[in-house]
Design a protein around this ligand. Structure first.
Ligand code: GDP
Ligand code: MG
Length: 373
């Protein structure tokens, strides 16, 4: 069976809890409280009253919760677009950090909040068109690989930075392999275009030799000439990303139960916090999230500028506080319907891990014995 609290259902239906409780009593429910738990059947009936399809987190036979199953293409097409999530990769010193810093500093959000950006592992940039792009602030292959190894396909697009004076280098090739293995499309940013020694055409030819067919040579990979130093071409890069995202048709359901990835977990003076990249649903204050073996009832949400936000939608990163234990990067964060359910799931997963560890230990002991015999 599936359950949802009255407060959660009210939030899904975008109603004030008090109004919703009154409505439920009108419908014949007795003694309704905010934390009153409704079963799936009742919740479904109520949701239908409000013309909502009830969306319930998939619950496994093992008692754990899982992300909702993928939607049919027809249903998917009805959802609103979400910002693409971009990872910057490339050879060392080709300008990944410089480009990210330029984008971050020139973004509207940064200027709005006085440019005091915090490090939360990701940031979102509003474009002139009103669309947004989310950049993962973890350049480098290690983070990308860790996530992917855990089955987290966090990135929608890889921006491959290649210095125009240096062209394709070993880590460029490595990045291409990573992107191709993860089936993530590439956009090439040919950087340092301000330098006299810049040879963008050579870069394009070299890329072709490594399986990246750029548009100028009949392929479908976009290239943009940029300078992270002067900012030249950066708006074109953002446009290229936005265009690619439209082609890929990135969508998500703001009304669904929250699903996301933990990008980073840290412990601050104020407690244990995590940067969560919301993949589906809208995360709000008071929501309950489980990630791995830890959980939180969200007290405050902060954006990358450190400003408090009330809610955050799909494709956006946010800092979430109040975790019982520090969450681990790469863990999936899923909305639970009550603190009780969250605690139960965290316990269940801890037990699962302990059993797994015990099995491993036994195996190691057996192996030692075998070798000794
Ligand atoms: P990363 O290792 O890929 O993160 O590279 P960095 O962003 O740290 O840049 C390496 C060096 O290249 C730094 O000294 C930057 O100032 C310089 N650099 C980065 N982008 C440009 C650019 O567009 N033009 C020029 N002239 N120098 C750049
Ligand atoms: Mg760097």
């Amino acid at each position: 069976p599936e359950y949802i609290s009255v407060a959660n259902l009210a939030s899904v239906l975008k109603m004030r809890v008090e109004d919703f409780v009154k409505k439920l009593e009108d419908l014949g429910f007795e003694d309704v409280q905010n934390d009153h738990i409704l079963n799936a059947e009742h919740a479904g009936l109520i949701a239908q009253e409000y013309n909502f399809e009830p969306i319930i987190q998939a619950k496994g036979e093992d008692g754990d919760i899982y992300a909702a199953p993928a939607r049919s293409p027809e249903d998917y097409a009805k959802l609103p677009p979400r910002p693409p999530v971009v990872t910057i990769m490339g050879h060392v010193d080709h300008g990944k950090t410089t480009i990210l810093d330029y984008i971050r500093k020139s973004s509207v959000a940064a200027t709005e909040f006085g440019g005091i950006t915090q490090h939360i592992g990701a940031f979102s940039v509003p474009l002139v068109s009103g669309k947004k792009i989310t950049f993962l602030d973890t350049p480098g292959h290690a983070a990308f690989e860790t996530m992917r190894a855990r089955g987290a396909n966090v990135t929608d697009i890889v921006v491959l930075v290649v210095a125009a004076d240096d062209s394709v280098m070993p880590q460029t090739i490595e990045a291409i392999k990573h992107a191709q293995a993860a089936k993530v499309p590439i956009i090439v940013a040919i950087n340092k275009i301000d330098k006299e020694q810049a040879h963008p055409d050579r870069v394009k030819q070299d890329l072709g030799r490594h399986g990246v067919e750029v548009e100028e040579y009949g392929g479908d990979v976009q290239t943009v000439l940029v300078s992270g130093k002067t900012g030249q071409g950066i708006p074109d890069l953002e446009e290229a990303i936005s265009l690619q995202s439209e082609v890929l048709d990135h969508r998500a359901d703001p009304e669904a139960n929250v699903e996301g990835w933990v990008l980073e977990g840290t412990t601050k003076k104020s407690g244990k916090v995590a940067t969560v990249l919301v993949r589906n649903g809208t995360l709000r204050q008071g929501d309950i999230l489980v990630a791995g073996t830890t959980w939180t009832r969200v007290r405050a949400l902060r954006n990358e500028a450190g400003a408090a936000v009330k809610e955050i939608g799909p494709g956006m990163p946010v800092e979430v506080d109040g975790w019982r234990e520090q969450p681990i990067a790469g863990d999936e964060a899923l909305q639970a319907s009550s603190e009780q359910q969250a605690a139960q799931i965290a316990d269940l997963r801890t037990e699962k891990l302990e059993r797994l560890q015990m099995a491993k230990d036994m195996e190691a002991i057996n192996e030692t014995r075998r070798l000794e015999a």
